[in-house]
Design a protein around this ligand. Structure first.
Ligand code: FPP
Length: 253
């Protein structure tokens, strides 16, 4: 057992050494998928998979902090997830609250700012209040932004942005000729975040599922077959190492 642990740590150190600390992705986004299948494989209820997924959130946020990643976006609840059974939705909301209760002090001490994307006014009151408390407490923190997608959908974000933009045009606050790709970004939930450099999706699905559609135009994707509850520190390192091997041209040559 000791030997196994030792070998594991060794691999981790080896992997870590391969990361070029001068070329880290500034913004990593993760679609945390596969909780349900992880649970099913173990004959457990789906909520057990989400609970294990929550533990990975705690760990991966810490790893991202250690690496000095500036922005971490996590897809926790989509606009489509309301279609799931009532108990599962409620379980996810309770886990969100539990996460905040376990982690908020540590997050705040470590100078991390929690923010959300999505319409949180639709969350059940007990969850919304806890999320608002976390946002409020950490609003002036500067080390890292932990951006959580809650009742979030990329298309509805864009439509909300267009509506707010049209309202500003109507009020004479902006001139329609002045609208361009960059100025439109101010109308998204992520107005104060750079676009993600790296998007990670575990669980074997090769799709974007309505996540950060406007923001991922030039993002590098990293897919893996492992389920989110199995996603460990080494997988984040592997994703970053692969990312650093790629040649990002942004449409140039
Ligand atoms: C997708 O797996 C995952 C979710 C819908 C929820 C993600 C939530 C967590 C990881 C826990 C709480 C989050 C925070 C930020 C504390 P799935 O259920 O669709 O998996 P499946 O495709 O295998 O069924």
């Amino acid at each position: 057992m000791m030997g196994g642990v030792f070998v594991g740590n060794c691999n981790l150190l080896e992997l870590r050494k391969k990361i070029d600390m001068d070329r880290l992705p500034r913004h990593i986004a993760i679609i945390m998928d596969g909780n349900g299948r992880w649970a099913k494989k173990r004959f457990l209820p789906r909520t057990a998979g989400h609970r294990e997924g929550m533990k990975r959130v705690i760990e991966i946020v810490e790893v991202a902090e250690k690496l000095n990643i500036e922005y971490l976006s996590l897809f926790a609840f989509s606009t489509e997830n309301w279609k799931r059974p009532k108990e599962e939705v409620e379980g996810l909301m309770k886990l969100l609250v539990e996460y905040i209760r376990i982690e908020l002090d540590r997050i705040h001490k470590n100078n991390i700012k929690i923010q959300t994307m999505g319409d949180i006014s639709r969350l059940p009151e007990f969850a919304r209040k806890e999320v608002e408390r976390a946002i409020d407490l950490t609003k002036d923190n500067t080390k890292m932004v932990l951006n959580i997608g809650l009742n979030y959908g990329g298309r509805s974000e864009i439509i909300r942005g267009i509506k707010n933009l049209l309202e500003d045009v109507r009020m004479g606050k902006i001139d329609i000729e002045g609208v361009d790709e960059d100025s439109f970004k101010r109308y998204l939930y992520t107005s104060d975040l750079p676009d993600p450099d790296l998007l990670i999706r575990p669980s074997g699905e090769l799709r974007v599922s309505n996540f950060m559609l406007y923001q991922i135009a030039y993002t590098e994707f990293w897919f893996s077959d492992i389920y989110w509850p199995d996603f460990k520190e080494e997988h984040l390192y592997m994703a970053i190492i692969d990312y650093q091997r790629r040649n990002r041209r942004f449409g140039g040559i």
